[in-house]
Design a protein around this ligand. Structure first.
Ligand code: HEM
Ligand SMILES: [Ca+2]
Length: 685
């Protein structure tokens, strides 16, 4: 390139051209784009497919479109300007590019207050050197660079090509072969639906990738025909289970990356990456301010007796059952998930009441923040002490150094560790839980006998069961989900989500297993083998024993994979990972175990506010920490629902016969006595 005073000229012209193109498209979107509302809505003269509306609204933009749109615009401009430069044979200079992008870059510059006592709502400023790390509405990070299908690997085309040329296998084809079994699926001998759904709750805390909004019409199929638009990535499905032979798929929204520097498409995470109950408290100031009662520090409640979630907008649920509102928009997807939202909601308000009596001088804001801090502490303890040891295995947790200690501080904070959610983690390993989902929702009596059950597909986004007080209700659902066994975490996926996801009549639903695979390709996630190597595991194809030389698969799964894929390097991370034999004492195989382990190390070691850290005043006092570490999920259930009796380990069903049922009084308490560790003597002048 020319003399130094010209540096940036190539960048400027490419960026200006990109701005024109992106804004032209943007303008079109504003003209044609309509607000998305619930089922039956007529958009552009066409009645929406209700199941499609469900899927779209499940992964929709959580905050105001204005906010996300400006972020997306920046991302699109930098990606397109990169493409323009590369097409011209120019190599973007990072510094010059970022400088010229500045007027179009909506990534905020955060000023942090190092002495702030509580975590921010949006996760910003957790890392004082890199305040954007883990913040909501930023791009996900990656373990490995993306592998997209376009010439410059910028993400205009998803990962679609086989290593041997030609297309990758069709996702529904993979799902039909790899994810089905001729007879009913095996149940877990120990773990219940409460374990499955806790995983989903945790998922919604750390990851929420919205679908592209740049789409005037939310459908990506025209009858049987896939629609060709930049936002669409639909795929064919064989005749039979579905009304049409096209399964609609919308690509994920992107977010700007590294000060809007040159480069590829990166997907947006709307949630805070931290394990911080943003799922309950919201990921933006705006959401939180709508959830909190500023006069009391409590979370606003709803329902006839004021003990459910507050009323929410009609796009938050289906039918006329009355919608809720919470920190994450997916709360009403299934009643068990709503029950978890209500569990943490009630516990928050219960703690506020007690703290208010202990510290009458505290302001509502102080009450809110202290309670939030306590509840996040308890929740992190449940995640790292109860949930993850089951999923990853206790030994692995110990090896990774992330098993909490029984008492006292355990500071492992490292400011160089980035807690941001990795793309390949939320797109595959964390979705292992889809294999645990069973085909119905139930309610149990106090003696844990089954009271009633309804098919899962009749419950998507329906709040009737949660609101019901006679047969279901949160009490009946809690008793049922801590009792009913989930499916074994293997490669088989329940019919209710493999053939009927979000259906509103037979045949108009989706296949979640196919969508998971397609989503990995949409995000440019490299192959299963690439991650095997990344994890230091033997990649498939090296040793020639059995089909494809897959070292961590049983012979049948290996054989199926070798019939599906042309080349071992083609295997999708989701398909290869979920079909591995689980590690001993764990619910995932070595590849998912590796990626989940790395992420949960980052999420813990990269969180300055992690509950075990000995930092004052952001951390707990030793006495407070002992109270936090004493708590269990089972005690939370007991305090907030009519459980009658309860097992000490909430995730292990009483049906497994491994532990006795104990009266709730025998479980850890969190009353005025325990909370007196938070009593503060007012400062007297
Ligand atoms: C009946 C229960 C569930 C249903 C109906 C459901 C459905 C879905 C759907 C429709 C998506 C979006 C798919 C896409 O477009 O890419 C999704 C994403 C996801 N699901 Fe589930 N899911 C359920 C339970 C679970 C469980 C138990 C887990 C984990 C333990 C889980 C983990 C995930 C993850 C990690 C994502 C990606 C989220 C993101 O990054 O935005 N899900 N699920
Ligand atoms: Ca979070």
């Amino acid at each position: 390139h020319g003399p130094s005073n010209f540096i940036g000229d190539y960048e400027t012209s490419a960026i200006m051209e990109a701005v024109n193109t992106v804004d032209g498209h943007h303008h079109q979107m504003m003209v044609f784009g309509q607000p998305r509302t619930r089922a039956g809505t007529i958009i552009n003269g066409k009645r929406m497919n209700e199941a499609m509306t469900n899927l779209y609204l499940f992964s929709r933009h959580m905050s105001g479109p204005e906010y996300t749109d400006t972020m997306t615009r920046s991302a699109k401009i930098s990606c397109m300007a990169t493409q323009i430069m590369l097409t011209r044979g120019d190599v973007p200079n990072d510094g010059a590019f970022q400088q010229k992008m500045a007027p179009f870059c909506s990534i905020p510059k955060l000023r942090c207050n190092p002495s702030m006592r509580y975590r921010t709502t949006d996760g910003g400023c957790n890392n004082l050197n890199f305040p954007l790390r883990g913040r909501s509405h930023t791009a996900q990070e990656r373990f490995l660079p993306p592998e997209y299908g376009d010439k410059f690997n910028l993400g205009y085309v998803p990962r679609v090509h086989s290593k041997l040329g030609g297309p990758l296998p069709n996702p529904r084809f993979i799902s039909n072969i790899l994810y089905t079994k001729g007879y009913s699926l095996p149940k877990s001998p120990l773990y219940n639906v409460a374990l499955t759904t806790f995983g989903q709750f945790l998922t919604h805390d750390v990851s929420s990738v919205p679908l592209s909004r740049g789409n005037p019409d939310i459908e990506c199929c025209d009858g049987n025909k896939p629609i060709s638009r930049p936002e669409c990535f639909s795929f064919k499905v064989p005749k039979g289970k579905f009304e049409t032979t096209c399964m609609s798929f919308t690509r994920s929204e992107s977010a700007p990356y590294k000060q809007c520097g040159p480069g590829t498409r990166n997907q947006m995470n709307q949630a805070t990456s931290y394990v911080d109950l943003s799922v309950a408290y919201g990921s933006t100031e705006e959401d939180t301010s709508r959830l909190v009662d500023k006069r009391t520090g409590k979370l606003i409640s709803g329902g006839p007796k004021g003990c459910l979630l507050p009323d929410g907008p009609s796009e938050n649920c289906m039918g006329n059952s009355g919608c809720f509102f919470s920190g994450d928009t997916r709360h009403s997807e299934i009643p068990e998930l709503t029950t978890y939202h209500i569990l943490f909601h009630r516990e928050h308000n219960r703690i506020v009441d007690i703290l208010c009596k202990l510290n009458p001088h505290w302001t509502p804001d102080r009450l809110f923040q202290e309670t939030r801090k306590i509840l996040i502490g308890i929740y992190q303890d449940i995640v790292y002490n109860e949930y993850l040891p089951i999923v990853l295995g206790r030994d692995r947790m110990k090896k990774l150094g992330i098993l909490p200690t029984v008492r006292g501080y355990n500071t492992r904070y490292d400011k160089n560790i980035d807690a941001t959610i990795r793309n390949s983690f939320s797109v595959a390993p964390l979705r292992f839980g889809h294999a645990q989902i069973i085909n119905h929702v139930g309610s149990a009596n106090k003696d844990r006998s089954l009271r009633a059950k309804i098919p899962l597909e009749q419950n998507f986004f329906i709040t009737t069961a949660t609101r019901d007080e006679k047969v279901f209700g949160v009490d009946g659902i809690s008793r049922w989900m801590t009792t009913e066994l989930g499916y074994h975490a293997d490669r088989f996926i329940a019919d209710s989500i493999r053939n009927k996801l979000f259906e509103t009549r037979p045949g108009n639903g989706f296949d979640l297993a196919s969508v998971d695979i397609q989503r990995g390709r949409d995000h440019g996630i490299p192959s299963y083998n690439a991650f095997r190597k990344f994890c230091g595991l033997k990649p498939a194809g090296l040793i020639k024993s059995g089909p494809f030389g897959l070292p961590d698969h049983d012979p049948q799964a290996a054989k199926l994979l070798s019939t599906i894929y042309k080349h071992p390097d083609d295997i999708d991370l989701m398909a290869g990972g979920i079909s591995e034999v689980n590690m001993k004492g764990a619910l995932v195989g070595p590849t998912f175990g590796c990626l989940m382990g790395l992420q949960f190390v980052n999420s813990r070691v990269g969180d300055r506010f992690f509950y075990e850290n000995e930092f004052s005043p952001t951390g707990f006092t030793p006495a407070q920490l002992d109270v936090i570490k004493m708590q269990t999920l089972s005690s939370l259930f007991c305090r907030n629902f009519k459980m009658g009796v309860m097992q000490p380990n909430a995730f292990v069903s009483l049906l497994a016969g491994r532990q006795p049922a104990v009266p709730c009084e025998k479980l850890p308490q969190l009353g005025p006595l325990e909370l007196s560790a938070w009593k503060e003597i007012p400062f007297k002048h």
